[in-house]
Ligand binder design. Structure first.
Ligand SMILES: Cc1cc2nc3c(=O)[nH]c(=O)nc-3n(C[C@H](O)[C@H](O)[C@H](O)COP(=O)(O)O)c2cc1C
Length: 340
């Protein structure tokens, strides 16, 4: 069913030398945006691009795609798949970007947004927002190394003032970035306070390349308001896509989920994880998925606790069958206790 929102999301968007046909992307998420989850999302469709979880740049040139947990993909998804890298050495990051281009990915995305201690202590991710000259040098060097679309994902910075981000956006464009994903939160603020969408509008107004707005889009109404209020060109969705892997199809194609969508998706996720990963990693990844998926249910803590206690994948299927025996009560908005 076509709505005003779906018509807006189905307009083509040119990014560098490529065009996508839907203005929604899966935001990169470590331990959640792996090959199995992306396969589940692809079964519903409705997005323009999928982003991998962040990959450490210095491992990429020699990484084995068949044994890697994160630098792993299905050939069928490559034409809509952007690989995100993090690092801080322009040469090493350029070498990683070259391999990504050679493998046939749609694009490369640079992570200047991750604010976890582990990443920032290595002067990567959002730490680079403290040294914008270095961030710009990285973009410039990678631009010189590849011809596929180059994305940058970044956030407000280390203080709650949009000017630094606006200035950086201009410099990233001048250095050759083809598109930006902007998450308007300050770096120490993981996801506790609401993002300041008005900053997205300011970044968008400062550049001519496409800008994807990101942060707290949980519903059709949120998506519509973000586009309207900020003028952004597209919307990147993270956590809500884990809770509702069909969200892209719902927003851009009017998919109306049937009553079994939660059960079917959870079972499909378990099977896909077992297909792509060894049993130990499959179980670990299912538990990460289950945390965000629990946000759907009024009694999500019961769901999550049962899954968290599972010792092996075989148990997971039984837990799912039992939990869904009686249709669970759904919340009208995601339960934020699970959206860490
Ligand atoms: C578990 C988790 C892992 C994340 N990993 C990454 C990452 O690898 N790279 C990145 O740029 N952002 C990462 N993010 C941030 C998301 O891409 C996104 O910016 C954030 O969740 C806000 O969007 P949302 O409100 O739609 O979830 C992560 C977020 C979560 C919850």
């Amino acid at each position: 069913m076509r709505t005003a929102l779906s018509s807006q999301l189905n307009r083509p968007l040119t990014i560098g030398n490529q065009t996508i046909d839907k203005r929604l992307s899966l935001s990169p998420m470590a331990t959640l945006g792996h090959v199995a989850f992306r396969e589940l999302v692809s079964e519903f469709g409705g997005y323009g691009l999928l982003f991998t979880e962040m990959c450490r740049a210095n491992t990429i040139p020699n990484e084995n795609r068949h044994t890697s947990a994160y630098f792993k993909w299905r050939d069928e998804e490559l034409n809509q798949l952007v690989c995100q890298i993090f690092g801080n050495d322009p040469e090493i990051m350029a070498a990683a970007a070259r391999r990504i281009e050679d493998e046939g990915f749609f694009g490369v995305d640079i992570n200047f947004g991750c604010s976890t201690g582990l990443i920032c202590r290595q002067d990567c991710g959002a730490a680079l927002l403290k040294t914008p000259d270095r961030a710009v040098r990285i973009v410039d060097r990678i631009r010189g190394a590849i011809s596929i679309p180059l994305f940058v994902k970044f956030r407000t910075g280390w203080k709650d003032d949009p000017h630094g981000a606006v200035d950086l956006a201009r410099r990233l464009e001048a250095a050759g970035a083809d598109a930006l994903t902007f998450h308007p939160r300050v770096a120490p603020d993981r996801r506790a306070r609401p993002p300041k969408w008005e900053y997205i509008g300011q970044v968008k107004a400062a550049v001519t390349i496409p800008v994807f707005g990101n942060g707290n889009v949980f519903s059709h109404e949120d998506c519509r308001r973000m586009l309207e209020r900020t003028g952004c060109d597209g919307v990147a969705i993270g956590r809500m896509a884990v809770a509702n892997p069909w969200i892209f199809a719902s927003l851009s194609e009017g998919l109306i989920p049937g009553p079994d969508i939660h059960f079917d998706s959870a079972i499909a996720m378990a099977k896909l994880l077992a297909k792509h990963f060894d049993p130990r990693r499959a179980l670990g990844r299912f538990k990460k998925f289950a945390l965000y998926f629990s946000a759907n249910f009024r009694y999500g803590h019961t769901f999550y606790t049962n899954i968290r206690n599972a010792k092996e994948m075989a148990e997971v299927e039984n837990i799912l069958c039992k939990f869904f025996e009686t249709p669970p009560e759904l919340g009208t908005t995601p339960n934020m206790n699970f959206f860490v």
